[in-house]
Design a binder for this molecule. Structure first.
Ligand code: ATP
Ligand code: MG
Length: 571
């Protein structure tokens, strides 16, 4: 490819409105253009990288006998109604009607669709196990589309589904896919880790997320440095050591605390430590309010709370909803409340160990002192609902943990029979008995993987592509474009590299060397070959590795073999 023809409109300046580096750099280096919130066009460089990621995916799927198909993006509402997700998926689903006012959605995922498909033709245990996948655009009307390709509304996903006869073979299919995903992300050059994950709205029993480490990551990952434990913070359950605490003590005392509605304000006002306070967070489940109670110094793990009450979505309750239940925002506690159909109270065990705490009094401008939850919180449900911190120990081995940021590039789920049962997808076993399929589902964010790679691999000058997914591997530059001899030698080298199967760009533009070098660094070609002054003097060209900055000078007839060796060593 000649740079003069390449459609990669680079920008001089960093785009100001982009928040993360992958977004900034892909806009600046001419990889993508934004149409509107969360909707992007992939220009040739991005498309080449995406196709390389897809090729890696396809090769690894072939290796485990997973077969590629292509399902419709437009899905009828009925199949989602049957699974019960038409309502549950909420506002994230793009919905549309056809000319007969029949309802459809743009596929955010394809469990319903694949189950409906497999149900048509698979009816015997002899046809199992079966694993199918597709690579396709997915549509999600995200609350906050942001960070460019990281969280967009139309994005490329590889989604796969497995069908098995029983839980044991479902686990085998799951493990195969898990291993294939590890190979895919390794081959893409990512620094990643599979972590234990919540199965969320999709349902099911076991799940892992593949997390690429990056400061800009939206997920928090708990990692143990003494064992192999790694989990999304949402599923990490901090330990609460047993301690004997007195259930009796000084009587409750009411104190006036006008306008002291936050932990911080309350601590200042009463001159107490936050460790003595109790935090209450209220959620609105479908049919009831949920009161989550944790130590004042902790945060609530809302995913865990949602799991405990069986909610798909668990928004915070608004002041009006609280007042409708006679609750006073800012002065809440379980004291004097009775759990009912309309109110569930969940208290963290660490709170139950407190012996002289301060909590709201469920009365305006009033708190209680000397609270002893064991004595004062009767009938509450005790569950670990506080978020783990790096001051906790490893939930598995008691060792040292840290909390890092990660980007979820893939996720695998053991679904069990949730979809096969609701959609009536059955097969006959050896004895002619009918059973629902045991399913797994598996996703990779292909476009997010491209962005995650950049988040891990850039410097002040631009992107640094791993060879495996670089849009082109090499750029050849003639330093002085006015020098015929240099220009010709560069063109010859470009032809030679291209003939040898190396994806090469020849920067044939009539630009200054500085501009070509800057663009080469910005786009992030792994290797740059420069034909400059030393070529005229002693027939040498300069070969520079983008990642290390290392420069080698070789006679031009050794350029090809040197580049080949370098690319092999970088792979
Ligand atoms: P998240 O928690 O980040 O919203 P998710 O858990 O809803 O993602 P899955 O349903 O597991 O996503 O989808 C499979 C993969 O698709 C994810 O691992 C991620 O890489 C990718 N993905 C999901 N949502 C988006 C999005 N809005 N933009 C780009 N990629 C996405
Ligand atoms: Mg996920």
């Amino acid at each position: 490819m000649r740079a003069s023809q390449l459609y990669s409109p680079t920008l001089r300046e960093m785009p100001a409105d982009a928040e993360v580096m992958s977004h900034k750099l892909m806009l600046r280096a001419g990889f993508i253009r934004k149409l509107s919130a969360g909707l992007y066009t992939f220009l040739p460089l991005a498309w080449r990288t995406l196709r390389k990621i897809e090729t890696i995916v396809r090769e690894e799927m072939d290796a485990i006998d997973s077969q590629e198909i292509m399902m419709p993006i437009i899905q009828p509402a009925e199949i989602w109604q049957q699974s019960g997700r038409w309502g549950a998926y909420g506002e994230e689903m793009f919905r549309l009607q056809d000319r007969h006012q029949r309802e459809f959605c743009l596929g955010p995922t394809h469990e319903e669709m694949i189950t409906t498909l497999v149900k048509m033709d698979v009816s015997s245990y002899k046809q199992l196990p079966l694993t199918l996948y597709q690579i396709q655009n997915k549509y999600r009307d995200e609350v906050r589309p942001r960070f460019g390709l990281m969280r967009s509304r139309e994005f490329i996903m590889k989604d796969g589904y497995s069908f098995d006869a029983d839980p044991a073979s479902m686990k085998v299919s799951y493990q195969k896919m898990y291993d294939a995903y590890s190979r895919i992300f390794t081959r893409c050059g990512l620094d990643f880790r599979p972590v234990e994950a919540d199965s969320g709205a999709i349902g099911g029993s076991g799940s892992h997320e593949f997390m690429a480490f990056a400061k800009s990551g939206e997920a928090a990952i708990v990692r143990c440095h003494d064992c192999d434990y790694a989990a999304n913070i949402e599923v990490a359950c901090p330990q609460t050591p047993d301690i004997e605490s007195e259930a009796a003590g000084v009587e409750l005392e009411k104190v006036a605390t006008p306008n002291q509605k936050t932990i911080e304000a309350l601590c200042q006002f009463l001159q107490i430590d936050a460790a003595q306070t109790i935090k209450v967070v209220m959620y609105q489940a479908e049919k009831k309010l949920v009161m989550a109670v944790v130590p004042g110094t902790a945060e609530v793990n809302d995913v865990r709370v949602a799991g405990l009450v069986g909610a798909v979505e668990l928004p915070l309750a608004g002041d009006e909803e609280l007042q409708a239940h006679g609750l006073i925002p800012g002065y809440l506690s379980p004291i004097g409340l009775t759990p009912s159909d309309g109110l569930e109270i969940i208290v963290d065990p660490k709170v139950m160990q407190m012996t002289d705490a301060v909590s709201g009094a469920n009365e305006a401008d009033t708190h209680f002192r000397h609270v002893i939850p064991q004595r004062d919180f009767p009938d509450v449900r005790v569950e670990t609902i506080r978020l783990i911190t790096d001051e906790d120990v490893c939930p598995k081995c008691g060792g040292h943990i840290t909390i890092d940021r990660g980007i979820e590039v893939g996720q695998v789920f053991q679904l069990g029979t949730k979809y096969s049962e609701s959609l009536g997808a059955m097969f006959l076993d050896q004895n002619g008995k009918s059973h629902p399929f045991y399913m797994g589902c598996y996703g990779i964010g292909v476009s997010r993987t491209m962005a995650a790679t950049i988040e891990q691999s850039y410097d002040d000058d631009g992107i640094i592509w791993p060879v495996a997914i670089a849009p082109y591997q090499v750029v050849v530059v003639a330093a002085n474009s006015k020098n015929e001899e240099q220009q010709q030698a560069a063109e010859q080298l470009y032809n030679e590299l291209t003939r040898a199967g190396i994806e090469t760009v020849f920067d044939d533009r009539k630009e200054r060397a500085g501009i070509k070098f800057k663009d080469a660094d910005l786009i992030g070609y792994p290797v740059r070959v420069t034909v400059g002054k030393t070529f005229i003097e002693d027939g040498e060209v300069e070969i520079k590795v983008r990642r290390s900055g290392e420069v080698t000078k070789v006679k031009s007839d050794k350029a090809l073999s040197t580049v080949q060796d370098l690319l092999a060593s970088l792979a």
